[in-house]
Design a protein around this ligand. Structure first.
Ligand code: UD1
Length: 429
């Protein structure tokens, strides 16, 4: 497995461009299953997780072509309703092919997922919600077997999620879009990626209202009867708000003047709110965040923050903000409410010299800590980004092992950071 060698401390400069959103691209790719023809998706990041979803779709008969961030998927030859363990285990998001397969084929056999080891991450909400919509499900030998009972009855269907799970909302939306009836999802997730998915489903022919609120209504089309079509649907996925936040923190933690480009500010309000509380100097331009050169870490303030579903502070930026807080004078506190085991980076940060006390749901960070280079290990995707940020301020050469996690979710991170002035090398295994 590859490693990164990072020399710190360092200053960055220039503009860092954010890529398309992985978490938007994956469900939209899964939603292509509804369409008996070709879709072209643009702004798709070149990442391992995207390749995993491509392999999964291909294993079920899709034809794909991926060039220059543009991905075409032709599902007219879809010949399977089984998502195999060997492919699904690589990435939890694979489970969202369930909705598309069910709508298109009337049945699905999808392996229970793997993915980052952040908490148990069950799929019970997905399954209970499909059952509430009249789907028969059965879990056997690591697979979920699901079958529609009366395909496309015209009655309105309603389902209420016990928690606004992002993946469950997406799975249900895709299913609902492929059924010739109206489905109402209550207590839905409100993340920007949900809105992007809704926009794509509308292009395919569904009528979606309320995406981005807790109450989504979808009038679908009958994906099981759809005849092959010559029309090619095009969609540009949104930019990645988590990558944008990560690079903004890179500028702040290194007291640098940088611009982060391709940012939708509406997606990052809770993050900006925390930066304001800390006292960071930054300017928001059209689609850019400019981190101003006058941010002196010793003059910033500690903060208490809680991760929450959107529009709250994203759990996917928790590890990155935590490493910044290690550099700020005073005691900060982070409450993690989305995942029950998302502080696995704390022991690795401690190896760099951070002073953090963590329980399973909260962490107290005492700053400023003088960070020093040490060999560290990536534990999950966002924690890996946190280690790269830590290595930028740690004195000496930090060896970050197992960066395959980063390759799952950040497009060419080392090239972008190198261009901005970081001394970073990929060490091939
Ligand atoms: C998505 C994102 C991930 C992000 C997360 C929360 C993708 C590909 N991934 O993951 O980066 O960290 O949203 O913003 O978009 N849960 C259950 N049962 C279920 C489903 C979820 O208990 O059936 C729990 C999970 O274990 C977790 C919480 O609900 O504790 C949130 O999960 P969910 O919103 O579903 O996240 P994902 O869709 O997996």
């Amino acid at each position: 497995m590859d490693s990164f060698k990072v020399s710190g401390p360092t200053k960055l400069s220039g503009t860092i461009e954010v890529e398309g959103s992985k978490n938007s691209a994956l469900p939209i790719m899964a939603a292509s299953l509804l369409y008996n023809g070709k879709v072209v998706l643009n702004n798709i990041p070149r990442l391992k997780d995207i390749n995993s979803m491509i392999s999964l779709l291909e294993s079920m008969g899709a034809l794909t072509q991926f060039e220059n961030n543009s991905l075409s998927i032709d599902n007219s030859g879809l010949n399977s309703f089984r998502a195999d363990y060997n492919l699904v285990r690589k990435m939890r998001a694979s489970f969202i092919v369930l909705g598309g397969l069910l709508a298109r084929k009337g049945r699905a056999e999808v392996s229970l997922p793997g993915g980052c080891a952040i908490g148990q991450r069950p799929v019970d909400i997905h399954i209970k919600s499909f059952e509430a919509l009249g789907i028969q499900t059965n879990i056997k030998e690591g697979y979920v077997y699901a079958q529609t009972s009366d395909i496309n009855s015209n009655e309105e269907q309603r389902v209420e999620l016990e928690f606004p799970s992002v993946g469950a909302t997406e799975n249900l939306m895709i299913f609902a879009a492929g059924r010739n009836q109206t489905t109402i999802i209550n207590n839905a997730a409100k993340e920007p990626e949900i809105v992007d998915l809704a926009n794509f489903l509308e292009k395919l022919g569904a009528k979606v209202s309320g995406a981005g609120t807790a109450f989504i209504s979808i009038k679908g089309f009958d994906a099981s009867k759809e005849s092959p079509s010559e029309t090619v649907f095009n969609h540009d996925v949104i930019f990645d708000r988590i990558v944008a936040g990560t690079y903004a923190i890179a500028g702040i933690i290194t007291e640098s003047h940088i611009t982060v480009k391709n940012v939708n500010h509406d997606h990052l309000k809770a993050f900006y709110n925390v930066l304001e509380q800390i006292g960071v100097n930054f300017i928001l331009k059209d689609n850019e965040i400019e981190i101003l050169p006058n941010n002196i870490l010793s003059s910033l303030n500690p903060v208490n923050l809680t991760t929450l579903p959107f529009p709250g502070f994203p759990t996917d930026l928790q590890a990155q903000i935590m490493i910044l807080l290690t550099q700020i004078k005073g005691k900060s506190k982070i409450f993690e409410t989305i995942f029950e085991n998302r502080f696995m980076h704390v022991p690795e940060y401690t190896r760099l010299g951070a002073v953090i006390e963590a329980t399973s749901q909260s962490a107290s960070i005492a700053g400023p800590a003088k960070l020093k280079a040490a060999p560290v290990m990536c534990t999950d995707l966002r924690a890996s980004a946190g280690l790269v940020l830590g290595a930028m301020v740690a004195e000496g050469e930090t060896m970050i092992n197992r960066v395959y996690h980063l390759d799952r979710g950040y497009e060419e991170m080392e090239k972008k950071l190198k261009k901005a002035g970081l001394k970073i090398e990929r060490v091939k295994e």
